[in-house]
Write a protein that binds this ligand. Structure first.
Ligand code: GKR
Ligand code: MG
Length: 418
């Protein structure tokens, strides 16, 4: 099955004003949709970041893959590595520092997923079968809470409402749990002084007794602050995610707090694993196939984590249904991915490039598609409309900090901040 054509389409969709350590989400989030078409007429889908620097590399690589067999992933990785060349950074740093390896992995991932979609379709099996087969029929996701403004400044409030204090956070959790049935909760922190975020977590525990809780300040705290917060939340948190920057900082916290530390910031490529394991910096790794080099490489990292006794969860950024399908296939086929995964799906509020119906939440879990490939199909009208939004929205790269500074000119995203 030879690649005959690769279509690359950047899209934009509305995003609420979600707050984080880097600033606040802009009114539009960007993604790139990739369609790989073979000589036999089969096509496969991938989804990746939409930032212009990354998109440019995806476009260059798309041309270089024409003529390659969809099974030739080593050759594909080599060609992409030669083209990506240098480090391609993002502006927010919320998934850790960019490295050359990570830049290549980020571009490769989307093509790899599209090729697995094709291979699944050709064999008549779901992508999860190509990853070893499903060990769970549905993949649990967590209610991913954000502090947020009522609406973007100058616009009408959105339907999610304001969440700037414990009561607002609890109300948001209740809404997401009612709509999706989630059975665990993650709060994005690093927005307010840690004492206020501790209060929010305690309010969640009171409102949802027994439900696993996580807090993720995206490395906004010093080692001392992280230890203080970790001890204050003894017995309350399932895990504490990226309290402080760097493997060495996480290692200094890890031995001093009662709960496990998780990361999607200090361990983001293969080269980070040996020092993190040696220094016992983390107990949980958040996988993300978008920057861990696709589904097969993520499965290999999962096996390595099993060897070294690291637990697994899954990271997300604002995404659409192709990514949700890929995440679900990976999680369904990864035995040691036992924590509920993150997803931004509720914040997209029904906007999607995939035809409705293929992916559904039941009791907070997405039922793993059982049809051939990823099990999702493009909604071409939606794709065209979202591409038009990309062309007119005026955003070419996610920049939470600059957007925040429009409203709070003195805002500083320095990490650690507290
Ligand atoms: O969407 O603002 C956000 C999140 O903060 C995201 O960008 C992070 O990468 O979800 C992520 C995380 O767990 O760090
Ligand atoms: Mg995180």
């Amino acid at each position: 099955m030879i690649i005959r054509e690769v279509r690359v389409t950047p899209v934009a969709f509305r995003d609420p004003p979600l707050l984080n350590a880097a600033g606040v989400h802009e009114p539009w989030a960007l993604r790139t949709v990739v369609e790989v078409v073979t000589d036999e007429g089969l096509s496969g889908l991938g989804e990746t970041y939409g930032d212009l620097g990354h998109l440019t590399k995806v476009r260059e690589c798309a041309e270089a893959l024409v003529g390659l067999d969809v099974h030739a992933t080593h050759e594909m990785y080599a060609r992409i590595g030669a083209i990506v060349g240098d480090v391609v950074s993002d502006l927010h740093g919320l998934t850790g520092a960019a490295t050359k390896e990570k830049s290549v992995d980020r571009v490769f991932s989307t093509f790899e997923v599209a090729c697995l979609d094709i291979r699944g379709k050709a064999a008549g099996v779901p992508v999860s079968d190509l990853l070893g087969g499903r060990v769970r029929e549905a993949v649990p996701y967590s209610a991913y809470l954000f502090y947020k403004w009522a609406g973007h400044p100058g616009q009408e409030p959105d339907r999610f409402g304001e969440a700037l204090d414990p009561a607002g956070v609890v109300a948001q959790a209740a809404m997401l749990i009612k709509e999706y049935g989630f059975t665990s909760i993650k709060l994005k922190g690093g927005v307010f002084p840690p004492e206020q975020e501790i209060e929010a977590i305690l309010a969640l525990r009171e409102a949802f007794p027994g439900m696993p809780l996580r807090l993720d300040p995206n490395a906004a705290w010093s080692v001392e602050t992280s230890i203080r917060v970790g001890r204050a939340l003894d017995g309350v948190l399932q895990y504490l995610e990226d309290p402080t920057p760097e493997i060495s900082g996480m290692a200094a916290v890890a031995g001093q707090v009662p709960m496990k530390l998780a990361t999607n910031m200090c361990v983001v490529t293969q080269e980070h694993l040996p020092p993190a394991i040696e220094q016992r910096a983390i107990g949980v790794l958040l996988l993300d196939h978008h920057y861990w080099g696709g589904l097969v490489r993520s499965a290999q990292v999962a096996a390595l984590c099993d060897t070294f006794g690291l637990e697994l969860s899954m990271h997300s950024n604002s995404h659409l249904g192709i990514s949700l399908a890929a995440m679900t296939h990976l999680a369904a086929a990864t035995p040691n991915l036992t924590h509920a995964c993150d997803t931004h799906t509720p914040w997209q509020d029904g906007q999607d490039v995939v035809a409705p119906g293929a992916l559904r939440f039941e009791g907070g879990a997405v039922v793993a598609p059982t049809g051939p490939g990823l099990g999702v199909e493009l909604d071409r009208d939606a794709l065209a409309a979202m591409h038009e939004q990309y062309l007119t929205c005026g955003i070419t790269a996610r920049d939470d900090t600059t957007y925040m500074r429009r409203f709070e000119p003195a805002f500083s995203p320095g990490r650690p901040r507290w």
